[in-house]
Ligand binder design. Structure first.
Ligand SMILES: Nc1ncnc2c1ncn2[C@@H]1O[C@H](COP(=O)(O)OP(=O)(O)OP(=O)(O)O)[C@@H](O)[C@H]1O
Ligand SMILES: O=C(O)C1=C[C@@H](O)[C@@H](O)[C@H](O)C1
Ligand SMILES: [Mg+2]
Length: 178
């Protein structure tokens, strides 16, 4: 088996599935640095993503997202959580799949619906959408996230359990050592 322990570990999945939450836990457990692309961009612009979308526009956000992911994936050994929409850009997908172990955090639409109240304010992509429109977007994005190296289902599991399961799989299937 190819030794992957020098690779970045990168989390993908629909907004709200837990990439940021679980990425932070994984970083502690694997003793690696954690980078959240949304948080980096928010720091740079000194405003939340919803304000960046409103004041500067989604296009500028997507451009910065691509630049940051490109420069970060050139450096190794980090845990990276990318925004839920980043993988829509083909260039980002290819780059991530070539440079990192890409983990898809999967959650059923039923499970996801229970999280809407937690995330709606800070996710501009959801604003003004009906539940049917959100469902359509959810299933459209699932096809994009089908490009991954490891899938973890997260329904009815807490964040600690999910992070522990990922660590176990990284050790067994990807030769990562802690
Ligand atoms: N396993 C879990 N069980 C229950 N709630 C969770 C779980 N993981 C995360 N959450 C909660 O769901 C919400 C969204 O989580 P988080 O911000 O980590 O998602 P995300 O995937 O990073 O979203 P985005 O793509 O929009 O950045 C948070 O309120 C978090 O506390
Ligand atoms: O899924 C998306 O398109 C997004 C998810 C968030 O992480 C942010 O990157 C932003 O709100 C867009
Ligand atoms: Mg996040």
């Amino acid at each position: 088996m190819e030794n992957k322990c020098k690779n970045n570990i990168l989390l993908i999945g629909f907004m709200g599935v837990g990439k940021t939450t679980i990425g932070k836990l994984l970083a502690q457990k694997l003793n690696r640095k954690f980078i959240d692309i949304d948080e980096e961009i928010e720091r740079e612009f000194d405003m939340p993503v919803s304000q960046i979308f409103k004041n500067i526009g989604e296009k500028a956000f997507r451009e910065r997202e691509k630049e940051l992911i490109t420069s970060l994936t050139e450096k190794q050994l980090k845990i990276i959580s990318v925004g839920g929409g980043a993988f829509l850009q083909q260039e980002i997908r290819q780059l991530c799949l070539a440079s990192s172990i890409v983990i898809f955090l999967d959650l059923s639409f039923e499970g996801w619906k229970d999280r809407i109240d937690l995330i709606i304010v800070s996710r501009p992509v959801l604003h003004g959408k009906s539940i049917e429109e959100m469902e359509k977007l959810f299933y459209y994005r699932q096809e994009i996230y089908a490009n991954h190296h490891l899938k973890i289902t997260s329904d009815n599991k807490d964040a600690e359990e999910i992070a522990d399961e990922i660590v176990r799989k990284l050790i067994v299937d990807f030769d990562i050592f802690v």
